[in-house]
Design a protein around this ligand. Structure first.
Ligand code: PMV
Length: 317
């Protein structure tokens, strides 16, 4: 038996604008993980048991399922044709909530299949498989989710229309105390992404200006992270939320969690991920953490996760 895991993720700033070539910052959540176990099960074909989703199927019976396609692609790449495998997925990351559940499952699955045949694939190879899998769910994802999860470190990400994205590890000089408030509303990424595209096509000047402002915030946020200036960073996050409201991807539930966190003393707060539901994040201090968590619950959060992003040193940053 082999097991592998992969972290969830948060987009700290820059979601949506990143689809249009502006920079964004994403953080892995090492303590919130998806797990995949692979066991040889000779003669039974390849079975995927996704018990969190209440589903179990034979790959040969559902060849068009995106996870079936991923398994076939990875086994082909590894040049192995097992007579039987049982693949068990335990996601532990809420689905369609902006925390990267789909990309984390795909990453853990790719790693577990490789480990099963004694291979350890480089993060870039894993990321490419996960990106192809994400395309099946989202159409044209920017690639930020698969990258931050497969590389499992804080990243700066800029999509390129022509070639590979720019991916840089970023420095974090002071720990980030984060609270993640889940609205409990599941929101598939492709829906707000498609609506933003429709709006951008209808009003390109307005939307390009909004994306530029988000991109400028990401540039400043990177500098604040490198300086350990979490107070200024918090203000930028709240400004990013206001821009996401203007882009049209917030919701009353997200706005009320963001406002509750701000009133309870958060340094800043914003929705995180595609929006319309899913999660928001609040940047707290060790002293304000409990109070903000209670305020999020009182404002209707279905769940509150706490995460601390540790200091991350990068040569030259
Ligand atoms: O999958 P989510 O909810 O974390 O959203 C991904 C971030 C977007 O910028 C909205 C889409 C993308 O492909 O980058």
């Amino acid at each position: 038996m082999t097991t592998a895991s992969a972290p969830g993720k948060l987009i700290l700033c820059g979601e949506h604008a990143v689809v249009y070539g502006r920079p964004a910052i994403a953080l892995p959540l090492p303590d919130i993980r998806a797990y995949v176990e692979v066991v040889a099960d000779a003669g039974n074909g390849v079975i995927i048991d996704a018990h969190d989703m209440g589903r179990c199927w034979r790959v040969a019976d559902e060849p068009n399922n995106p996870l079936s396609e991923l398994v076939v692609a990875v086994l082909e790449y590894l040049a192995v044709a097992p007579s039987g495998l049982r693949i068990t997925i335990s996601a532990h990351i809420p689905i369609a909530s902006g925390m990267g559940s789909g990309a984390a499952v795909a990453t853990a699955l790719t790693r577990a299949l490789a480990a099963h045949v004694g291979r350890n694939l480089p993060p870039a190879t894993v990321s490419a498989f996960v990106y192809a899998s994400e395309q099946r769910y989202h159409g044209a994802p920017s690639g930020i989710d698969n990258t931050v999860i497969a590389f499992e470190q804080p990243i700066w990400f800029v999509r390129s229309p022509t070639g590979s994205p720019l991916i840089e590890p970023i420095a974090i000089a002071a720990p980030l105390v984060l609270l993640i408030g889940d609205t409990g509303v599941r929101s598939p990424t492709r829906l707000p992404v498609a609506e933003v595209r429709r709006c951008w096509q209808a009003e390109p000047a307005l939307y390009n200006a909004l994306f530029d402002q988000v991109g400028a915030l990401a540039v400043q946020a990177r500098a604040n992270l490198a300086q350990g200036d979490n107070s200024t960073l918090g203000m930028l996050l709240s400004r990013n939320h206001a821009l996401l409201q203007q882009i049209g991807v917030s919701s009353p539930a997200l706005d009320s969690l963001v406002a509750a966190a701000q009133s309870a003393g958060a340094l800043g707060a914003k929705l995180s991920g595609a929006g319309w539901g899913g999660v928001m994040l609040a940047l707290a201090t060790p002293e304000s953490r409990e109070h903000i968590a209670a305020a999020l619950v009182a404002a209707g959060a279905a769940r509150v996760h706490a995460a601390t992003v540790t200091i991350h040193r990068v040569a030259g940053d």
